[in-house]
Design a protein around this ligand. Structure first.
Ligand code: AHR
Length: 548
């Protein structure tokens, strides 16, 4: 750094000398200033960024549930995306697409939140079991027919096929505590009750494991526009009576109950969070929560109007600026939670997040169809990094939504399937699931476009159960590579290997015709004298493992 500084100073002094000798007029001086800036800019951007990893000071576990998914009965998220039915010509297992299952297994989805979203507060589970399904409507999302052919058993079969845990959201808005309690009895009891026998008759005699229970969804808005106090009274009732009876979940693997929490930065959500957490602090044996949900989309402004394709650097920079507001939200609500729960027993569960853009032209606006570009891959990495840095409090997150809706992992059209740039980030980040956070200190530098200035690079590191150290690096700057030197404390490594995700343009996407336009490429880096040196491509996400 000192060397660079003195070299730059000498360089600028020599230009100043040249200016004095060669040019006398003001116009000439101005022209030289322009030349100086043009020469100095690459010099500044070539400056190396110093990172420091300290494995001697491990942090919290990065819970694998941070990489959770959300699948709502919305558009083609479930129907066509997961469920094609057993008679479909699309290869399937008991009606569930084989291609989608294989892709999701590869990203080790830890949990799936279902059936909504706003849909959950209108869902009546009995309509989705048994040989005869009731055909209903989906008034929230396009007013289309809801055939209920994908119901409880199909969801649990799907989870079984992909190896994920169940996060079931029960209906508080238009249901009753009795309806929700009976659903949980149907799902989980091992005793021969009428409901358990019905479950057996429907093909699953043994109890299901339900790991997470969401008590309502956005109850301050689409879930019934409740006041904090009204919701709190509902929460206590549902928490008390909606029980998990699975014998295997009484001591270990207990079902975690997640209350509705804030949906943004407005004061009404401060009041909401304060009300729930204050009550939690004083809670008695008869009710409890283990998580508080938070929803935050990267939208810009409502209604969502940013295009998901065909945009330029301005929209790239704007969206990434908006997405970084996640840091402030997580910090703000963690602080309120710390006040009432300093031991951090209640997790902050960011169970809806991601980019929400304008619907693709020609699509049903109620289906929330959008493309997914390199910008979304970078957005995903930045948010996952924020969650990882707050891993002591943020222990679960669910991107919205898994297939064909909003910031999806997968796009399908009939028999075709494309994996999105966001999918690739989730795959590259698999080693961070349940790994231990390692602090990384760095000066991120700056990326500026117009009046927007963002941190140029971002980084997280973690150590997995086998002792291997992983480093994720993001270069937000779409124009300049970033040269990074990483000093390693408490880590012995000779090299680093991994993958980089980038593409020619900020709005590059994968389509059914060109499914690999944005795909990770292998890469490696050298460790010399205890320092790892790596050059990051512009607009890229890189994940490396440090090899002994
Ligand atoms: O993900 C789409 C919708 O966004 C969900 O149904 C709702 O919870 C949120 O407002």
């Amino acid at each position: 750094m000192v060397f660079l500084h003195s070299r730059a100073t000498r360089f600028i002094r020599s230009l100043a000398f040249a200016r004095n000798v060669l040019f006398r007029t003001r116009a000439h001086a101005l022209a030289v200033l322009v030349i100086m800036l043009a020469i100095a800019a690459p010099l500044a951007s070539a400056q190396r960024i110093q990172l420091s990893l300290d494995a001697t000071k491990p942090g919290a576990k990065i819970d694998r549930n941070l990489f959770g998914q959300f699948a709502e009965h919305l558009g083609h998220g479930i129907y066509d995306g997961i469920w094609v039915g057993p008679d479909s010509s699309i290869p399937n297992t008991r009606g569930i697409r084989n291609d989608v299952v294989a892709a999701l297994k590869a990203i080790k989805v830890p949990n799936v939140r279902w059936p909504g979203g706003c849909f959950a507060d209108e869902y009546h589970w009995r309509k989705g079991i048994g040989p005869q399904r009731t055909v209903t409507l989906n008034p929230n999302w396009g007013g289309v027919i809801e055939p209920n052919t994908f119901g409880t058993h199909e969801f649990m079969d799907f989870l079984d096929q992909i190896g994920a845990q169940a996060y079931v959201s029960v209906n508080v808005g238009s249901g009753t505590p009795q309806e929700a309690a009976e659903w949980l009895e149907y799902l989980t009891t091992a005793q021969p009750t009428t409901l358990a026998k019905e479950r057996g008759a429907n093909g699953h005699p043994s109890p299901y494991t339900i790991n997470f229970l969401g008590i309502g969804n956005e109850s301050w808005d689409c879930g019934g526009n409740m006041t904090p106090d009204y919701y709190l009274s509902q929460l206590k009732i549902y928490s008390r009576f909606v029980r998990n009876f699975n014998p295997a979940q009484q001591d270990k693997q207990q079902m975690l109950k997640i209350a509705v929490g804030p949906g943004g930065a407005e004061p009404r959500w401060t009041e909401w969070t304060d009300t729930i957490m204050k009550a939690y602090q004083a809670h008695t044996w008869s009710w409890d929560i283990n998580g508080l949900s938070m929803h935050s989309y990267t939208v810009g402004h409502w209604p969502p109007s940013y295009a998901s394709t065909g945009f330029g650097e301005t929209e790239f920079a704007q969206i990434l600026k908006y997405t970084l507001e996640m840091e402030d939200l997580v910090t703000k609500y963690s602080a309120i939670m710390d006040k009432y729960d300093p031991q951090k027993k209640v997790a902050l569960v960011v169970d809806e997040w991601g980019a929400w853009y304008a619907p693709l032209p020609g699509s049903n606006p109620g289906f929330l169809v959008q493309q997914n570009s390199l910008r979304d891959a970078i957005l995903a990495a930045l948010n996952l990094n924020i969650f990882a840095r707050h891993a002591d409090r943020v222990r679960m997150a669910n991107i919205a939504q898994m297939i064909n809706v909003l910031q999806a992992m997968i796009l399908t059209e009939k028999e075709k399937m494309a994996l999105t740039p966001t999918y690739h980030v989730y795959k590259m980040y698999v080693p961070f699931q349940d790994a231990t956070f390692i602090p990384v200190t760095f000066d991120a530098g700056k990326y500026s476009h117009g009046d927007i200035t963002l941190p140029r690079i971002d980084a997280i590191a973690a150590q997995d159960a086998s002792g291997k150290v992983w480093l994720a690096l993001t270069n937000v700057d779409p124009n300049q590579p970033a040269e990074i030197d990483v000093s390693l404390n408490g880590i012995t490594a000779k090299s680093a290997v991994g993958e980089t995700l980038t593409a020619p343009k900020v709005d590059s996407v994968n389509t059914f015709e060109q499914p690999n336009a944005v795909a990770p490429k292998p890469g490696s880096a050298k460790v010399d004298g205890g320092k790892l040196s790596v050059k990051l491509d512009p607009k890229s996400v890189t994940v490396l493992s440090l090899e002994p």
